[in-house]
Design a protein around this ligand. Structure first.
Ligand code: ZN
Length: 430
């Protein structure tokens, strides 16, 4: 445990690094993981060799440019023994399975040391958001990957876990009973609770801080939460493959990439982020810590942008925009052209009367915007949404707002956008 605490201390100290110190640290880590991948992992040896990259020359992510980004499907096709470091016994590792709903299921293996690093990086994000050792944290979200080992062994950082699949009345009762100082909550769970409490979480509990991950929490929702119960909300961004990729600081201007843990690149062109003005593309991520199953230039499928300029908080850690959905959540214009759904979600997010929404593409020329409203909107408010949505799609199509009582979706699996299945999109294209 002492070693773990030291590691946490070092990880926290790195948050104060200058841009130059961070670059040097990244260079050292990158050289180490690329070297290990080449020595011990057949898949990566072949790929680096094919790209003509000598591991000893790699000092920055630009040195890997000749090696094309890898997809999950390629790793699955290569097979477990090919993508795993030689000499590691899978039985000594923890295995993780990335969600099958995103396409190919993929099993990852990580040693306990690697898991510990993921937890420390995650715990650091909670501490950066103001989580304190005497706080009671109520988790209504992921049961795995939280800094449980660390804080339970410390005997501090009390934690209560409530299953996100429990009935919403039970969740509300658990919140009332625990009266937590901090919440870790799936936005879809929070939305369901807000719907049930008449959008007054403050009548149930008054947490000081709230963290969420897995789904996007909009700026307007953050503001509403602050007004309702005074809670400051922080987004965390991550995935099974890499653990925490980015965290939100108190400046709330995008998220800081955990640049001592991963390198994030953005490829392709998915337009401009309406909130931050960043150029959007697909996130391609390289792990600086995984050596059992190394992930170099891995296509994550999320649409993100990198932000320029220093953060008001003073951190030299690079910033990225809030993820704007996944590339698979493309909307299609009648001509068949795919467009990123992120800006479309923004059309709805910024309306104060919209509590929750879901965009459903029914066919190439029909979009249904399902909305749970705080109050009955005026006809011209609905018309304004339809107008802006149509302006974004840029081609004649039918877009209708449908007011609904609630939107169901499994916790952690809730989707803002339901696009056409890939095949239907092609068949429909005509
Ligand atoms: Zn910052």
């Amino acid at each position: 445990m002492i070693a773990e605490l030291r590691e946490l201390q070092r990880a926290r100290a790195r948050l104060g690094a200058s841009a130059g110190e961070l670059r040097a640290f990244q260079a050292e880590r990158l050289a180490a993981v690329v070297g290990a991948a080449h020595r011990r992992v057949p898949f990566w040896r072949a790929r680096l060799d094919a790209a003509g990259i000598a591991p000893a020359t790699v000092r920055s992510i630009a040195d890997l440019e000749a090696m094309p980004p890898v997809t999950k499907a390629e790793l699955v096709a290569a097979g477990q023994t090919s993508v795993m470091a030689s000499g590691v016994d899978p039985a000594s590792c923890l295995s993780f399975h990335t969600s099958g709903t995103t396409g190919e299921p993929f099993s990852l293996y990580a040693t306990m040391d690697e898991i510990r690093v993921h937890r420390i990086i995650q715990f650091r994000a909670l501490l950066a958001g103001g989580y304190r050792m005497r706080d009671h944290l109520l988790v209504l979200g992921p049961g795995r990957g939280l800094p449980s080992g660390l804080h339970q062994r410390l005997g501090i950082y009390r934690r209560t876990h409530v299953w996100p699949t429990a009935p919403v009345e039970e969740q509300i009762e658990a919140l009332r009973r625990a009266s937590p100082d901090a919440l870790w909550i799936y936005p879809s769970c929070l939305h369901a609770i807000l719907e049930r409490t008449g959008f007054r979480l403050g009548s149930v509990c008054r947490p000081r801080i709230a963290f969420s991950s897995a789904e996007i929490f909009g700026a307007e929702q953050k503001e509403r939460l602050r007004e309702d119960c005074g809670a400051e909300h922080f987004d965390l961004y991550g995935c099974v493959e890499f653990g925490r990729i980015a965290w939100e600081c108190s400046a709330h201007q995008g998220m800081h990439v955990n640049a001592d843990h991963v390198v994030v690149e953005v490829i392709g062109d998915h337009g401009t982020c309406p909130r931050t003005g960043a150029r959007l593309g697909e996130a391609v991520v390289t792990s600086l810590t995984n050596t059992t199953v190394p992930l170099l230039r891995y296509r994550l499928g999320d649409v993100v942008g990198l932000l320029d300029g220093p953060c008001p908080c003073g951190s030299a850690f690079p910033r990225m925009s809030y993820p704007l959905g996944r590339t698979r959540d493309l909307l299609r214009r009648p001509s068949g052209l795919g467009v990123t759904a992120g800006p479309m979600t923004h059309v709805l997010r910024r309306r104060p009367w919209v509590a929750r929404f879901q965009i459903v593409q029914e066919s190439l020329d029909r979009l249904r915007l399902r909305v749970v409203a705080h109050r009955a909107p005026e006809p011209d408010e609905i018309a304004a949404v339809e107008h802006d949505a149509l302006a974004y799609m840029r081609e004649p199509m039918t877009i209708t707002v449908e007011l609904v009582e609630r939107i169901d979706g499994g916790p952690g699996k809730f989707r803002d956008v339901i696009g056409l299945p890939a095949r239907a999109a092609t068949e429909n294209r005509g």
